[in-house]
Design a protein around this ligand. Structure first.
Ligand code: AKG
Length: 257
């Protein structure tokens, strides 16, 4: 089997870029994130909730984390040169703390990426409007014990057939979730473990889920989208498909599970 990153991404729906940004930058980001929580890193007694969600962070270390040569090269490889927009901030940080209480947000899902007119819930569609990739940036050491994100390996190939009937208008992540759960239950499980500075680049349709933190070390991670510069196309007369587009086409050709 061809084991290039592109082929791995096509089959599994994700690749881990080890050391995508320097650990020193991860440390600086983590320090800024602790400040947002209002918790004391040295005093678990102050960690009062199982998950703290921090919105967008645009300080220098976050822009640095998102713009390394290794990441830009990988974006070119997976999305296509000139087809993605660099981002100078990172957003949606689910910071997870060891806790007795269930966080209540551990269901399997794919991310929505746009709000339809007057809508309340985020939608996605077959061309993954407004989302070129899902990315997981690690800012802390994440082992099996540190509530790594759960991933259904290869699940991105099951999703296109489910989205196809909704056409360009798309469907909310919430509405389609029960069908996703069922259609991808046969997929093997992986965990997004790694070191500070590692980044998982995921197909926008990769089915994933959080889990309660039963360990001891808080897990700091961001899960921002990479935004497209141009929409994905599933019919190209020149055949110049990106890896993400090829995966959607492969999923469609395979049909429903
Ligand atoms: O915290 C995690 O591991 C994943 C969170 C997630 O998928 C989400 O909030 O949409």
């Amino acid at each position: 089997m061809d084991d290039t990153p592109a082929e791995r991404f096509l089959e599994d729906g994700f690749v881990r870029i080890e050391g995508a940004f320097p650990p020193r930058v991860a440390e600086d980001c983590a320090r800024l994130l602790w400040r947002e929580t209002g918790y004391d890193p040295e005093d678990p007694g102050t960690w009062k909730d199982p998950v703290v969600r921090v919105g967008g962070m645009a300080q220098g270390p976050f822009a640095a984390a998102a713009n390394t040569p290794a990441l830009h090269e990988a974006f070119d490889l997976l999305v296509g040169a000139g087809r993605w927009n660099p981002r100078y901030s990172l957003g949606t940080f689910p910071l997870r703390f060891p806790h007795e209480r269930d966080p209540g947000d551990t269901g399997w899902h794919i991310e929505g990426s746009y709000l339809p007119d007057g809508g309340q819930w985020y939608f996605t569609n077959l061309r993954s409007r407004d989302r070129a990739l899902l990315m997981l940036f690690l800012f802390s050491e994440v082992t099996e014990d540190d509530a790594p994100t759960r991933i259904r390996v290869g699940s991105h190939l099951d999703v296109p057939a489910l989205l196809e009937p909704y056409g360009e208008a798309g469907v909310s992540g919430l509405e389609i979730a029960p069908r996703l759960v069922e259609a991808t239950a046969h997929r093997p499980l992986a965990h997004a473990t790694g070191r500070p500075g590692d980044v998982y680049l995921c197909h926008p349709f990769l089915v994933h889920a959080a889990q309660p933190h039963r360990g001891s070390r808080p897990r700091f991670m961001a899960q921002p989208p990479l935004h497209p510069a141009v929409p994905y196309e599933l019919e190209r007369s020149d055949g110049d498909y990106s890896v993400v587009e090829s995966a959607i086409r492969r999923g469609l050709a395979a049909g429903p599970h």
